[in-house]
Design a protein around this ligand. Structure first.
Ligand code: CTP
Length: 401
């Protein structure tokens, strides 16, 4: 996949820079041609000699080469590359990129690059979650830059949290996928995400703890494989997903159902990752419900439509329908029954019994279930990686149809 591909690797001043040497070695093994650009502080963490030896190319840091006095043509570097990956990307570089600052060669190359660009942030958790960093990342996403989510774990600061740069093997897989001619290309994919909110009165609702992360990561992965993605999202507090994705926002299960039914006939693949509320209040009170003398309040609930089951009934032969099932306890047999009942081609099963799985977690441990009884188990992974695994599986299904 990466043979003869021209990869420009940007390296910033972060302790994670040592991991880039491992990535560079793998890229070379894969047959890629790599040129490296350092930020001004990268060499405080790693040496240009390591990178130039591994890449068999000079490492660029300054606008002019001090020894030869030759000007480094940042435009040429930007045009040379098939892909520009900045790993690690520090808070400072992310801020410079998002503001269009041009005080280093790395920034100039960024401004001149016409190829696809991705960043792998690496920093302390508080810095990563800071309003300014998140705003800068969002602005870069809006410019079409892919942000490769950092992992959660022990950080160089001694803190534990989000901010660890994605591991070299993840970055390699990411790049391989970017160049893969995917059978998912041009396929129409509908993905639902997040919870639904079922209004009780103008200020209250019934909902659940789904954050929408799994569905958003799925939408990004399919968009990167050049599918034409529509994301129907319930109310979430996530930033808009990366990439060319048509986003439709809904609130209630009824709204989600209407949007799904409208979009469904055009779709090749549908993935229902939304945690649709199974029940809604039987009566909506148009006035805010007041406390009264009674110590209890009774709400009568009625069943919501089962969107996935309705899609299963309408499904045409060439459409692929995928559901999710988050169960409590080891209820895999219940999930298998769901797969059959809803006429699915695949069901993504996970259980709250597995540590690290479920709503609000950055990781997930899934088992893929198929109508012929086949099961595929995966280890605990970041949701972005889980999304890649699911897309790989769907790719296989498309190839075989
Ligand atoms: N689903 C749906 N509409 C609903 C409920 C669920 O489309 N009203 C979809 C979900 O998006 C998911 C799948 O059905 O893909 C399974 O959801 P889940 O809540 O696990 O299953 P239920 O059928 O609601 O069964 P139960 O709650 O009894 O486990």
């Amino acid at each position: 996949m990466l043979k003869n591909k021209k990869i420009l690797l940007g390296v910033c001043g972060s302790i994670a820079a040592y991991k880039s040497t491992l990535l560079l070695r793998e890229l070379i093994k894969e047959g890629a041609e790599v040129k490296v650009v350092f930020s001004p502080s990268a060499s405080q963490f790693v040496t240009p000699l390591t990178f130039s030896t591994l890449s068999k190319n000079p490492v660029y840091t300054e606008f002019t080469d001090a020894k030869s006095n030759v000007w480094v043509n940042h435009v040429e570097l930007g045009l040379w590359a098939d892909y520009f990956l900045i790993a690690p990307a520090t808070a400072r570089t992310i801020s410079n990129f998002s503001h269009g600052n041009c005080d280093s060669l790395l920034c100039a190359v960024f401004l001149s690059a016409r190829c696809k660009v991705a960043l792998a942030p690496a920093m302390d958790a508080d810095m990563f979650n800071h309003f300014s960093t998140q705003k800068n990342l969002q602005s870069l996403r809006e410019q079409g830059i892919t942000i490769i989510p950092p992992g959660t774990g022990e950080l160089a600061s001694g803190l534990t949290g989000e901010g660890r740069m994605a591991e070299p093997e993840e970055l390699l897989k990411f790049l391989q996928n970017e160049f893969r001619k995917s059978p998912l290309s041009k396929k129409k994919v509908l993905i639902t995400a997040g919870p639904t909110h079922e209004a009780i009165d103008p200020v209250r609702y019934l909902g659940n703890n789904s954050t929408g992360t799994m569905g958003y990561r799925l939408a990004e992965v399919f968009a990167r494989r050049n599918s034409s993605v529509t994301l129907i999202s319930g109310p979430v507090s996530l930033e808009k997903p990366n990439g060319n994705i048509r986003c439709l926002n809904v609130v209630s299960a009824e709204e989600m159902k209407n949007a799904c039914l409208r979009e469904f006939p055009e779709q090749d693949i549908v993935i229902m990752s939304a945690a649709v509320a199974d029940f809604k209040p039987a009566h909506y009170s148009s006035n805010k419900i007041k406390k009264n003398e009674s110590e209890t309040l009774q709400l009568t609930l009625v069943k919501n439509p089962d969107i996935l089951a309705e899609l299963g009934e309408k499904k045409k032969k060439n459409q692929i329908l995928i559901g999710f099932a988050l169960e409590s306890g080891k209820n895999i047999s219940y999930a298998k029954e769901k797969l059959k009942r809803k006429k699915l081609d695949m069901l993504v099963y996970n259980t709250l019994d597995d540590k690290g799985s479920g709503f609000g977690k950055s990781t997930n441990k899934i088992t893929l279930l198929f109508p012929d009884g086949k099961e595929k188990l995966f280890p605990l992974k970041k949701k972005a990686e889980v999304a890649e695994d699911i897309a790989d599986e769907v790719e296989g299904m498309v190839r075989n149809t």
